[in-house]
Design a protein around this ligand. Structure first.
Ligand SMILES: [Zn+2]
Length: 379
């Protein structure tokens, strides 16, 4: 879709790549990579394609979903991928705000898996697509709210188990749709019933949100604006943790107790485990995931603030550059090296983006044999 921000990246003229020393590059056929020592540069490498966030063509329903997601979060970056089944969100911390990146199939049938089969007949396809993307925005809003706590500190959303984060995202999506003029009152029941059916059929405890969503909505009395929906999503996350803690203790509260009991228990439980940082800057400095630690990253070239980087899966020695660009929304394209090799590479622009790559656990080896890693990012 042409209005997609993801699509509007990088259609400027190709940029010359000026640093051209290529050493120890892995050359990859579609499946295997082997080390290759390249001669010193004799001509300038250059970008052979536009570097962009991968993006396909969404159908009408997914376009409606994307428009709604942008209404909820104007800065959202949406990437439509043909190979994608379902929808997901990732968040990138930029400065002191969270950049929300959604990745989804361009077709509604794939994008709504596995919930769609149960939503069919309960709500119309357009509302399904709108719900799916509003749910993903809800994930971003929850992470953002925890990083920007009212006391000025930054909390780590991973203190909440997955099912609690899912329930919060569902509630955010439901309330966002209900707030629309002539809002769809059927969406609440449709989501709850579909989650119950889907989690039972697929034996998927992470998405078994139906019961939690149904009860926690009773905690939310106001839905006048986006802040109310975010507050309710947070309450739902705590409610879910409390409900799980109650189960783990042999159910001192009966399942039909008032939801406030479970909510309070959730607050106590999370406060014992959540990691709270002084600020987002401290969170960024200390937090380091291990997501990308199993890949070998090689910087094959650098042009000022832009670095061209390939990623190889350490275990299977398979080129994973395309897969990682897809998943994390990094710009990707082809660089032609000085001896006419076409190399698929990520382009990492600037210190913030490099910091994010390293925060995800990447260790990047530069042309000079230097290793860039979190805590060691000298310019
Ligand atoms: Zn989700």
């Amino acid at each position: 879709m042409s209005s997609s921000r993801a699509n509007s990246f990088d259609h400027g003229p190709h940029r010359a790549v000026t640093t051209a020393i290529l050493k120890g590059v892995l050359v990859c056929s579609p499946l295997v990579c082997s080390p290759l020592t390249l001669p010193l540069a004799t001509a300038q490498p250059h970008e052979a394609t536009a570097f962009s966030v991968p993006s396909g063509s969404p159908d009408d329903y997914m376009q409606a979903g994307a428009a709604f997601a942008r209404k909820l979060e104007s800065q959202v970056e949406i990437s439509f991928r043909d190979a994608q089944s379902g929808s997901l969100s990732v968040s990138r911390v930029e400065g002191d705000s969270v950049e929300c990146i959604l990745r989804t199939s361009p077709g509604i049938a794939e994008a709504l898996r596995p919930l769609g089969r149960f939503l069919n007949g309960r709500i119309d396809p357009k509302t399904q697509a709108v719900f799916a993307l509003a749910h993903e925005v809800g994930h971003c809003k929850l992470r953002d709210a925890l990083l920007n706590r009212s006391d000025g500190h930054a909390g780590d959303a991973s203190a909440f188990p997955w099912v609690a984060q899912e329930a919060a995202a569902d509630v955010y999506g439901i309330l966002s749709i209900e707030r629309e003029p002539g809002g769809n009152a059927a969406v609440r029941e449709a989501v709850i019933v579909s989650r119950l059916l889907s989690s039972a059929l697929y034996r998927d405890p992470h998405h078994a949100t139906g019961h939690y969503v149904s009860d926690s909505l009773a905690l939310c009395h106001r839905n006048l604006d986006d802040r109310d929906a975010v507050q309710c999503a947070i309450a739902t996350a705590y409610y879910t943790v409390g409900s799980l803690a109650n189960d783990a203790r042999g159910s001192p509260y009966a399942v039909d107790s008032i939801p406030e009991f479970f909510y309070e228990l959730g607050v106590q439980t999370v406060n014992k485990t959540i990691r709270v940082y002084e600020s987002i800057a401290q969170y960024k400095a200390r937090f380091s995931g291990a997501d990308l630690s199993r890949y070998a990253f090689d910087q094959i070239s650098r042009d000022g603030d832009s670095r061209y980087i390939t990623a190889i899966s350490s275990a299977q020695h398979i080129d994973a550059t395309r897969e990682l660009a897809d998943y994390y929304g990094f710009r990707m394209g082809e660089v032609v090296t000085d001896d006419q090799l076409h190399v698929t590479a990520l382009r990492i622009d600037g210190a913030e983006e490099l910091d994010w790559l390293l925060t995800l656990g990447a260790v990047v080896r530069t042309e000079d044999g230097e290793s860039l890693r979190k805590g060691n990012t000298a310019p």
